[in-house]
Structure formats: structure tokens, C-alpha cells
Design a protein around this ligand. Structure first.
Ligand SMILES: Cc1cc2nc3c(=O)[nH]c(=O)nc-3n(C[C@H](O)[C@H](O)[C@H](O)COP(=O)(O)OP(=O)(O)OC[C@H]3O[C@@H](n4cnc5c(N)ncnc54)[C@H](O)[C@@H]3O)c2cc1C
Length: 376
């Protein structure tokens, strides 16, 4: 079976790897370079404390696959640091529910008090009216390194990986025809994992309800080092260790509708100042910290904050995987595994049919995107 994957971000690289493992003949086409889209801009945080239970299962499965990949590459990919999540007291019940759910799913999560939080992150300033949880199995990856590891494994299994921009996708009687950087190519099936560019690429088949919205990240010097990932739902930002002397800080989500082909990846004026103030209020010893750099990327929001996965053409040979809602790295390998099985006509190990790309029908609803990396 000859399958083409369009886009070498976290979802496309994972799909190509699983297709190769299933024995397909795979061509991965990437317009720019691997991780050129959202993946290369991401913080790479992985937490099973997701707002929707199925996503939690997908994160666990992704982590299992990362562990498996780590046995075949010379360096570790996942950094387990644990995650502290801080919420206002009014959200205590919700956070407790999520912790209970994590425990039911076999994770080692717990609610923690202010003093406990100081044990995990001594410089953290917590207030009496705040509530926190700690999930020790959470952590982060470098998304670019993860994709690099997946591609090197996929290549060792024989996939071909070419730099080509796909400009048209046409279903024909014997499969699918693509135009890509001047060449005409034919496949039995194509999986389009082109992130926020997917909607434009497949619009002849279905108008996918995906709105590209902006989110931002920066690197800040932090001489004392940081232990766990911190998701702060009180001040609405997050940070994680980057190196022994720097941290990555994310915030600045603008839920507008941005054009991926005309998008400025510089962070907005004011992003650094705003984030610095939040850091000052949450973390000690940041007075002398400075921004090293910061940037903005686009993620794809959907009406129900679930991904759009599966066939969209009549004969079912054009398959999409998009609608990451801002937390796609953490579910990438489980989603790639699903898409690969769909493309080969095999039974997927986890049923994700509830995320069918066709669930909104031919006329998608009007909607405003909402953040996906949250507790509700
Ligand atoms: C600032 C920021 C922080 C984030 N932090 C996290 C986090 O901590 N944890 C997490 O899980 N997620 C995070 N995310 C979200 C995460 O980045 C995305 O969910 C994920 O990267 C989506 O991967 P993808 O493969 O679907 O898309 P992309 O990474 O966008 O990949 C799409 C690829 O398709 C290629 N392409 C596009 N058009 C064509 C074409 N016509 N032909 C060929 N190739 C094409 C692009 O060049 C690109 O490489 C963050 C995102 C941002 C922006």
C-alpha cells in the first residue's frame, strides 16, 4: 500500500512512523522543513491532566510510545519533571475531580497544599486562597527532537521524506493524485497532517471547522533552575525548565482567526512585559531575569475542542488529522497511530471515531475558539 503523508510536524511524523511499522510504502512530503509549523514553536508539555478524559488516554499512550522510541535513539526524549497546577479556590472541586480521574487511570497524582508546593518548587509564591495539584509523571519533550527521533526511525524503516509543497489533492478511481512542487504523484491514500494549513488544502472535499489562533512562548534566564512544569490557571500562564539557567514561559493566547500564510511569528509587543510581571508575582528570584527570545505560533481550534480525524473524501482515501486545540504534541503519537491504521484500513488500537472529521457535516457551525490546555 502506497501512502503519502503531507506535513512533517508532530502529527505527520508520528503517522509516517506508524505507517512504516504497518508495512506501508510511505512518502512524507514537507513544504519547509520538519517542525516548521506549530510543533517547532511548542513548549512540549505532556500532562495526563487534560480537560477531557479521552485526551488523557491519548497522552498516556503517546508517552508509552515515546518510551519505546527512547530505546532506539541515543538520547532520552522525555524529561519527567512532574507538573504543579495552580487554580483559584473556586476551582478546587474540578481540580480534585481531575486528580481522582488521573488516579483511576493509574497515575500518581495528588492535591497538594501550599507548603508541599514549596517543597517541589522552593521559589514559588502561593497564596492561601489558591489550590494546587501535583502529578509526578508529567513533564516535557523538545518537540523538534521528538520529531527528529521519529523521522530517523521512520527512515530506518524505509520511508522516503522529501521537501515538497503539496498544492492540490485529487481523488481518482485508483487512489489519490497530488501535485507537489511541480511533480504529479499517485498514491493509494493520503493523510493530510498539515496543521493549520490543512483546511485550505482539502477545502474541495469538506469545509473543516478549524480556526487558527495564536499562542506565544518565550525563554527567560533563571539562574537558580526550576524543578517541575507549572501550569498557573490563576495568572493564566505556564512555565517549565528549559536548561539549568533558563525557563520557557507561555502565555499570550489571542483567540482571533489568523491566516497561516500571512502570519507574523514575532511575539506581540507587550508579551514580554506581561509575562515578566506574572513571573515576578509567582516566582522568587526573577528580578534579574531577562528574556532571551520570544515568538508566536498558530494552533487550530475546533468547535468542541476535539481533533478532526479520519476520511473526508467519498472513497475514503483522503484522510485528515488536524484541530490540535493547542495541545497536540502531548497526543501526537496516539493520533499518528490512529491515522496510520485508518489509512491502511486496519482496526485502530484506540477507537477515536468520536473525533470523525465529518462530524460537523458539510456546513460547519460558526464558533469562537477556546483554549484547549485547561481544566474545563
Ligand atoms: C507557543 C506554542 C506552545 C505550545 N505548547 C504546547 C505544549 O506545551 N504541549 C502540547 O502538547 N502542544 C503545544 N502546542 C501545540 C502544538 O504545537 C501543536 O498541537 C502541534 O505541534 C500540532 O502538530 P501538527 O503536526 O498537527 O501541526 P504542525 O506542527 O503545524 O505541522 C504541519 C506541517 O505541515 C507543513 N505543511 C503545511 N502546508 C503544507 C503543504 N501544502 N505541503 C507540505 N507540507 C505542508 C508545515 O510546514 C508543517 O511542518 C503549542 C503551540 C504553540 C504555538
Amino acid at each position: 500500500m502506497k501512502v503519502c503523508v503531507v506535513g512533517a510536524g508532530a502529527w505527520g511524523a508520528a503517522t509516517a512512523l506508524f505507517l512504516a511499522r504497518l508495512g506501508a510504502s510511505v512518502m512524507l512530503l514537507e513544504a519547509t522543513g520538519h517542525s516548521a509549523g506549530a510543533t517547532g514553536f511548542a513548549a512540549g508539555i505532556l500532562t495526563t491532566q487534560t480537560w477531557y478524559e479521552k485526551d488523557s488516554t491519548l497522552v498516556s499512550r503517546t508517552l508509552k510510545h515515546i518510551r519505546d522510541i527512547e530505546t532506539s535513539v541515543p538520547h532520552s526524549v522525555f524529561r519527567r519533571t512532574g507538573m504543579i497546577r495552580i487554580v483559584p479556590a473556586r476551582d478546587k472541586e474540578r481540580l480534585s475531580q481531575l486528580v481522582e480521574r488521573q488516579r483511576r487511570l493509574g497515575e500518581d497524582a495528588k492535591m497538594i497544599g501550599v507548603m508541599d508546593a514549596r517543597r517541589f518548587a522552593p521559589d514559588m509564591k502561593l497564596r492561601e486562597e489558591e489550590v494546587a495539584s501535583y502529578s509526578p509523571q508529567d513533564g516535557y519533550v523538545s518537540p523538534t527532537d521528538l520529531v527528529g527521533a521519529e523521522l530517523s526511525l521512520a527512515r530506518s524503516l524505509g520511508i522516503s521524506y522529501e521537501r515538497r509543497r503539496v498544492t492540490s489533492i485529487t481523488e481518482i478511481s485508483s487512489g489519490v493524485k497530488l501535485e507537489a512542487s511541480g511533480a504529479e504523484l499517485k498514491f493509494d491514500a493520503v493523510v493530510v497532517t498539515a496543521g493549520v494549513w490543512t483546511r485550505k488544502l482539502v477545502r474541495d472535499y469538506l469545509d473543516l471547522p478549524v480556526i487558527p489562533y495564536k499562542t506565544q512562548l518565550g525563554l527567560v534566564t533563571y539562574e537558580v533552575g526550576l524543578g517541575p512544569v507549572v501550569d498557573d490557571q490563576v495568572l493564566h500562564f505556564y512555565f517549565r525548565p528549559e536548561s539549568s539557567k533558563s525557563i520557557a514561559v507561555g502565555d499570550g493566547t489571542s483567540l482571533g482567526n489568523f491566516d497561516p500564510d500571512d502570519f507574523d511569528t514575532h511575539s506581540e509587543t507587550g508579551f514580554q512585559t506581561e509575562v515578566s510581571q506574572k513571573l515576578l508575582s509567582r516566582l522568587g528570584k526573577v528580578e534579574s531575569s531577562e528574556f532571551i527570545t520570544s515568538w508566536a505560533g498558530l494552533v487550530g481550534g475546533t468547535p468542541d475542542r476535539h481533533p478532526l480525524l479520519g476520511p473526508i473524501s467519498d472513497a475514503g482515501n483522503v484522510i485528515v488529522g488536524c484541530g490540535d486545540n493547542g495541545f497536540g504534541v502531548m497526543r501526537s503519537l496516539a493520533i499518528g497511530e490512529y491515522l496510520a491504521h485508518m489509512a491502511c484500513g486496519r482496526q485502530p488500537p484506540v477507537d477515536l471515531s468520536e473525533f470523525s472529521a465529518r462530524r460537523f457535516g458539510a456546513r460547519p457551525p460558526k464558533f469562537e475558539p477556546r483554549e484547549g490546555f485547561t481544566i474545563y
